[in-house]
Design a protein around this ligand. Structure first.
Ligand code: FEO
Ligand code: CA
Ligand code: CA
Ligand code: CA
Length: 632
């Protein structure tokens, strides 16, 4: 290519002359192509009509030019506290151990409670959450993903469950909490004793529905029908349906199983799903044989699903919707296609696993019976091409060579491999833009990218939306369905952001991140993503908080907000030490934003939120504007 005349060089061309790339590589080219499609990376920021955080109760807020978000971003820090911008405040709405029922017992910080106290209290490690409001009642539903062993069993020297009651206490810290909440003097709290309050735990009766119900692989000693399971656990992100139900998504279900026979050898399927002879320190097989793979090899086939819960009926039986597939579900983003079909976008959070889409057979209708729409439809896995086009590949007996739809719903990862879906950098939350047909997925990081195949043997080349080998920082991919139709099998894609650290990597190194990442807004490992009503994308992180080396200057885990039209990203919140920020929802009047703070002090260095000598506790905080304005 002929050299351009010097006076014609753009800013970027000058930059290239001043900081020449060491050498051309295919890797650079892949990154460039993935992020350069949209104009926003040129840094042009315009003031638009969006009202987020700019209007007050009286609509008197001001918009600052070049910052549509209307707040002064906060700096990264490593404090054991919540940091929000000036003009905002926060309070704890609920936390681990909060009493739900009239006979609940306050958390004892010495013993850290027992199985019976934990069963009647807010669970540990809150994650995905939704608030359902009807007839003036506000029902908060939140996943309790797992328990922090060193904290909940911190009364034991080993930091592990020792007695059977310890094991059961840990179990009861898992599941889902349903709690009515109400405001007193502006502060949200649980309404103790409300008839809506409920704990769904690993012991709650749950119905198995959809194609896999009753299949031989679902049958166990306790349930010869293969249609009734006990409980749900390791629920990570969530979803909400247009018919007012909550979706809890079972993620790392494998870590609770172990095998008692010495000669245990993993089957190929057990390997694919990470089922081993040892569990992750929960010891559930000690009190319940169904967690012993040697005794109940089919029990793990009954976990790894999306579970639908009716928040307004405390007596309702939750349903495992097997049509949505079995994998390490992150969240479930539900949108309606223009023809009324229900679309559910889902990530499988494991290195080199896939992104999925479910398309219902039936159609949503406001006046109709939508209760079982998630039981029948087609599951697809995503293929992303290097030319920024993509395709949804249907998972059927014909395309996969598998025996039945039931089997596809149970061995879904194997089905995705069979059709040649694209191995991704750990797909976390998916979020759909409320203003246009455009969908985002956080790809949190993947140290195996370009280095190691996934557990099914599928290659993981650094290419397409996963362009960096040994990806440390993560990225957010977005796709636009063809003709704006979520039911279409085709899409185009690009990267909204490639996270990185421009302070420690040179500007031409892809590890510096895309151009909308600066030393002022940098972060690593995007995980929770949620759109507000104005179409701004909230980004929560679950990454390295060492603030050292490759992560120097990034501080604790945090929450940022992105403008998907301009590419601008600003930091709104920094969490306390050793936490993850995850889960996000709004009050009906949009004047409170609820945000989850998970596992503060997971390595022992925090006393948030109670301070002093208290033990750290996962909590949901409520964030409001000092002037009572809108929060999105
Ligand atoms: Fe529970 Fe993928 O995070
Ligand atoms: Ca997550
Ligand atoms: Ca994560
Ligand atoms: Ca977590």
């Amino acid at each position: 290519m002929a050299q351009k005349p010097f006076h014609d060089l753009s800013f970027d061309d000058f930059d290239e002359v001043d900081n020449p790339r060491p050498e051309f590589s295919e890797f650079d080219d892949v990154v460039e192509r993935a992020i350069s499609r949209r104009g926003f990376l040129s840094g042009i920021v315009t003031v638009g009509a969006a009202t987020f955080l700019t209007g007050t109760a009286l609509g008197t807020g001001t918009v600052q030019a070049a910052n549509r978000f209307g707040f002064d971003p906060v700096k990264a820090n490593s404090l054991d506290d919540i940091t929000v911008p000036q003009g905002f405040n926060w309070h704890v709405a609920m936390k681990w151990g909060d009493e739900l029922f009239s006979d609940s017992i306050a958390l004892d910080e010495e013993s850290r409670g027992d199985a019976s106290s934990q069963e009647k209290a807010f669970g540990d490690n809150n994650d995905g959450m939704s608030l359902f409001s009807k007839d003036g009642r506000n029902i908060f539903v939140v996943n309790n993903e797992y328990v922090n062993r060193s904290i909940i069993f911190g009364n034991r020297e080993t930091g592990l469950p020792e007695t059977d009651d310890d094991v059961r206490k840990g179990m009861m810290g898992h599941g889902v909490t349903v709690a009515e909440i109400a405001q007193t003097n502006g502060k949200w709290r649980i309404v103790r004793g409300s008839e809506f309050n409920r704990r769904i735990t690993p012991a709650t009766r749950v119905e198995i529905s959809g194609p896999a119900a009753g299949h031989d692989l679902m049958k166990t000693s306790a349930d010869a029908t293969g249609t009734v399971a006990l409980g749900t656990w390791n629920n990570c992100g969530n979803g909400e349906t247009p018919w007012g139900t909550y979706l809890a998504c079972e993620e790392n279900f494998n870590g609770y199983f172990s095998a008692s026979n010495d000669g245990f050898e993993q089957t190929a399927d057990q390997k694919r799903y990470g089922l081993k002879n040892k569990d992750w320190g929960y010891a559930w097989a000690q009190v319940d044989d169904r967690f012993d793979l040697s005794k109940e090899p089919n029990e793990p086939h009954r976990a790894g699903y999306v579970v639908e819960i009716d928040p307004f009926d405390p007596g309702s039986v939750p349903k495992k919707r097997t049509a949505l597939g079995r994998f390490k579900h992150e969240n479930a983003e539900v949108v309606l296609a223009s023809n009324g079909q229900v679309i559910v976008y889902m990530g499988d959070d494991e290195r080199g696993e896939f992104i999925y889409r479910f398309v219902s057979k039936g159609k949503f209708s406001v006046a109709g019976d939508n209760a079982d729409l998630l039981d029948e439809g087609t599951l697809y896995a995503a293929k992303f091409n290097d030319d920024q086009t993509g395709e949804w590949l249907p998972l059927t007996p014909e395309t996969t060579g598998m025996g039945s739809l039931a089997e596809i719903c149970i061995r879904t990862r194997v089905a995705g491999s069979a059709v040649g879906a694209t191995t991704m950098d750990r797909p976390e939350w998916v979020a759909s833009n409320p203003n246009k047909a455009e969908v985002y997925c956080a790809l949190t990081n993947n140290k195996n990218r370009g280095i190691k195949a996934n557990a099914g043997g599928d290659a993981t080349p650094a290419s397409g939306p996963n362009p960096r080998p040994a990806n440390k920082y993560g990225q957010i991919v977005r796709w636009v369905p063809k003709d704006g139709d979520h039911a279409s099998d085709f899409f185009t894609w690009d990267l909204f952001v490639l996270a990185g650290n421009p302070a420690v990597h040179g500007s031409t190194d892809p590890n510096a991140g895309s151009r909308n990442v600066t030393t002022a807004n940098m972060f690593n490992s995007p995980d929770g993503i949620s759109f507000d009503d104005n179409g701004f994308l909230w980004i929560q992180t679950d990454g390295k908080y060492s603030n050292e080396g490759a992560f120097e200057g990034q501080g604790n885990n945090q929450m940022l907000v992105g403008d998907t039209e301009t590419g601008q990203i600003e930091r709104f919140l920094v969490g306390p030490k050793e936490c993850e920020v995850t889960g996000c929802t709004w009050s009906a009047d949009r004047r409170t934003m609820f945000v989850g703070i998970q596992h503060p002090g997971e390595k022992g260095d925090s006393s948030w939120p109670d301070g002093g000598k208290s033990i750290p506790k996962s909590a949901v905080i409520a964030i409001q504007r000092d002037d009572g304005g809108l929060m999105g």
